[in-house]
Design a protein around this ligand. Structure first.
Ligand SMILES: Nc1ncnc2c1ncn2[C@@H]1O[C@H](COP(=O)(O)OP(=O)(O)OP(=O)(O)O)[C@@H](O)[C@H]1O
Ligand SMILES: [Mg+2]
Length: 363
């Protein structure tokens, strides 16, 4: 073959490769990225002058694809793989020079490599974008569910509130009339207790749905937090749970409703105490970060089962035995935090136990 014929053959191989790579990448299933890179590597290998001695490696963050063993004397060319303009890996082609022959890469081969690296970078960008979209969609679906539940709940709570008040009022009237009849007033007391319990549930539901009037003021969270912890001191001791308060400032100001803020702290601490083992430690931390007040509560309990993690803020979700909990605490907290334009998240501690993180904007 003449030199120009050889050159032409090489060009055709390169073009074939580019065509193949484009169609592999164009038809890719986004969760089969490793297989895709393998196919690209295979196609690229064929485009080089000495395919049987050429090896292609993708070295990217979490993925590494290689088409052959590494020899110390291999000749090498490489091209960066960029995702959103940041170098996130490299595409390396090695030429195994077995007989110390006078062989080397062609300039065109480097260009081909750059071209393929660019295409792979674009593919990885597409995957990244899709991942973000899926996460966002999931988040929105969750927010949607919670807000629909919130509306329904608000309606029910509102409807129940007035008749409950009547039940309670009349039962109390009757009880004072029937003072002499022990049996009847015992029964009435049961009605009253249950009505009070129901009223508490309705109150929580209204909190969850943010139907409670809100009084936003410029307040210092530090004394509110200390006060709430003091009120729970007896509960901590009764349950034999220790606590540690980490506050690095005497004053941390924000715009919030102080009663609702206490409600957040109470619910999170009562959960933390409930799920703590004997002698477990609950750590309460509050600090300012950028324009946010961050409240973190750690415990040393059993933490969350992963499949429950995104259910814990839903109303009526509880893993407590019947009678112990209504599953409303965290949905109340979620509602309050949302009405303050803050965020709340739950996660497992690496060591053990649960971590709740609440952020509330300063203003
Ligand atoms: N600190 C924690 N550690 C482990 N699991 C927790 C913790 N806090 C909450 N959970 C899980 O989230 C669920 C829901 O909590 P939530 O406060 O909403 O309801 P509850 O505590 O079960 O009942 P209620 O607060 O109405 O008395 C709990 O039942 C539990 O499964
Ligand atoms: Mg609770």
């Amino acid at each position: 073959m003449s030199t120009s014929e050889i050159q032409l053959k090489e060009r055709i191989k390169e073009l074939t490769c580019l065509y193949e790579v484009s169609s592999i990448i164009g038809n890719v299933e986004l969760d089969l990225i490793e297989e895709t890179l393998q196919a690209v590597a295979h196609s690229l290998k064929k485009a080089f002058q000495y395919p049987e001695n050429t090896f292609v490696d993708f070295i990217i963050d979490t993925i590494s694809v290689s088409s052959g063993d590494y020899f110390p004397n291999d000749l090498k060319i490489q091209s960066d793989i960029k995702i959103f303009n940041k170098i996130q890996g490299e595409l390396v082609v090695r030429l195994h020079n077995s007989d110390a022959e006078e062989i080397n890469f062609l300039n065109e081969e480097q260009l081909l490599l750059d071209n393929v690296a660019l295409k792979v970078g674009n593919l990885l960008e597409r995957i990244e974008i899709q991942k973000n979209q899926t996460a966002l969609k999931r988040q929105m679906e969750r927010a949607d569910r919670l807000s629909i539940l919130g509306e329904i709940t608000a309606g029910i709570a509102h409807e129940l509130n007035t008749p409950l008040a009547s039940i309670l009022g009349f039962a109390e009237l009757l009880k004072s009339d029937l003072d002499s009849d022990k049996k009847a007033s015992d029964d009435l007391q049961k009605i009253i207790d249950n009505a009070i319990y129901s009223r508490e549930v309705v109150k929580k539901l209204m909190f969850f749905a943010c139907e409670m009037p809100q009084e936003m003021k410029h307040i210092n969270i530090v004394p509110i937090l200390k006060n709430a912890i003091n009120l729970l001191d007896a509960t901590f001791r009764k349950e034999q749970v220790k606590y540690l308060v980490k506050i690095d400032a005497e004053e941390l100001w924000l715009r919030a409703d102080s009663i609702q803020l206490t409600q957040i702290i109470f619910n999170l601490l009562i959960n933390a105490i409930y799920f703590s083992p004997k002698d477990g430690l609950v750590t309460i931390e509050v600090y300012k970060k950028k324009k946010q007040i961050v409240l973190k509560i750690y415990d040393e309990g059993k933490g969350f089962d992963l499949e429950n993690l995104d259910k814990v803020f839903q109303p009526f979700f509880t893993t407590k035995p019947t009678g112990d909990g209504s599953g409303l605490g965290l949905s109340v907290v979620h509602g309050i935090v949302a009405s303050h334009k803050g965020t709340i998240s739950a996660e497992n501690n690496i060591k053990k136990g649960a971590i709740f993180t609440v952020t509330l904007p300063e203003n």
